[in-house]
Design a protein around this ligand. Structure first.
Ligand SMILES: CCCCC/C=C\CCC/C=C/CC(=O)SCCNC(=O)CCNC(=O)[C@H](O)C(C)(C)COP(=O)(O)OP(=O)(O)OC[C@H]1O[C@@H](n2cnc3c(N)ncnc32)[C@H](O)[C@@H]1OP(=O)(O)O
Length: 281
């Protein structure tokens, strides 16, 4: 198994840190010296799918940003078509038990790190944000999206039960009746639809504009005491994080049982075959 490593480079006025795998930098972090805001870029070709190493890199980068006393985090993608395609489905297919346990624990920890970050968080959604891609954007405090893309959690459409903490990600942004309908339909929203239901806060016409709008949002906390802000955020969000904070092992056990069931594996096979066949036509 590859271990992600983190390196720090001085780059002019900026610091750049990278979480690396053998073949590429999975995440890139740039801290703007003037604003103190860190941009965390997902950089796992072709579609930023979240495998074990990617989620570890994301978690490590976020912890590093918090440790560097940055003023906020903007999550974005180096791919100008895909923000993230969600969990790497290959991790779920006929998994080896030890790796599956590590993978699911990393998902839990990555989500908790983002959802409960002490820092203001914003997502510059510069491409499709599907399933856990949407969950990561929803875990941020603010979302700016480019037109012409899609966002949503479509798990039920291809036969997956939605885990409770993923339901909670939506519930922290959307009203309950909207969440219920969207999850049960497996609804994927266009940028316009997402704005209408307030799944996203703003639309921007370029990645630069999206980053700038996210930076303005983070700047809006300039007058707030960072410690008071962080503790208040944690109080507000603790309820939705409760399952994973108090009983991560129970959630893990339930998810593992479900993922390794023939029911799940069969629908995953069919879904992966459909996804691959798209490119063979
Ligand atoms: C009661 C207890 C309950 C417990 C429940 C426990 C577990 C349930 C698990 C359910 C959780 C689900 C969360 C998820 O995040 S699952 C991931 C779902 N994601 C998707 O369905 C996205 C699928 N991808 C796409 O729709 C498209 O790829 C796209 C993102 C719109 C980009 O389209 P495009 O630019 O055209 O790129 P391609 O489609 O050609 O993709 C390139 C390449 O990448 C492969 N790929 C895409 N997404 C994934 C992925 N998520 N995982 C692995 N691989 C992916 C795709 O197959 C192509 O591969 P080839 O080049 O080899 O054909």
């Amino acid at each position: 198994m590859l271990r992600s490593q983190t390196k720090l480079f001085a780059l002019g006025k900026r610091q750049l840190c990278r979480s690396m795998s053998k073949s590429c930098d999975l995440t890139l972090v740039e801290v703007d010296d003037k604003t103190g805001i860190a941009t965390l870029t997902m950089n796992k070709p072709p579609v930023n799918s979240c495998n074990l190493e990617m989620m570890r890199a994301l978690k490590d980068s976020m912890k590093q940003i918090e440790g560097n006393k940055s003023r906020g985090i903007i999550l974005t993608s180096s791919n100008n078509k895909v923000f993230s395609s969600g969990l790497d489905l290959n991790e779920l297919r006929n998994p080896e038990q030890e790796r599956l346990v590590a993978f699911w624990k990393e998902l839990q920890e990555m989500w908790l790190t983002l959802y409960l970050s002490n820092l203001p968080t914003a997502a510059a959604i510069n491409g499709h944000a599907l399933a856990v891609g949407c969950v990561m954007a929803s875990a941020c405090e603010y979302r700016v999206m480019l037109p012409g893309f899609t966002i949503g959690i479509h798990a039920t459409k291809f036969g997956y039960v939605v885990p409770p903490f993923i339901v909670n990600s939506y519930l922290s942004v959307l009203p309950r009746p909207v969440v219920e309908r969207a999850l049960l339909q497996g609804k994927i929203f266009s940028t316009d639809e997402a704005q209408q239901i307030n799944l996203i806060d703003e639309v921007a016409n370029s990645k630069e504009e999206a980053l700038s709008k996210c930076a303005s949002f983070i700047g809006s906390f300039a007058e707030a005491n960072p410690v008071a802000r962080a503790l208040t955020k944690r109080q507000l969000r603790a309820e939705f994080a409760r399952t994973l904070l108090d009983e991560p092992e129970a959630e893990l056990k339930e998810s593992l049982e479900y993922i390794t069931s023939p029911l799940f594996q069969d629908s995953l096979d069919a879904y992966l075959a459909k996804l691959k066949s798209k490119n063979k036509k």
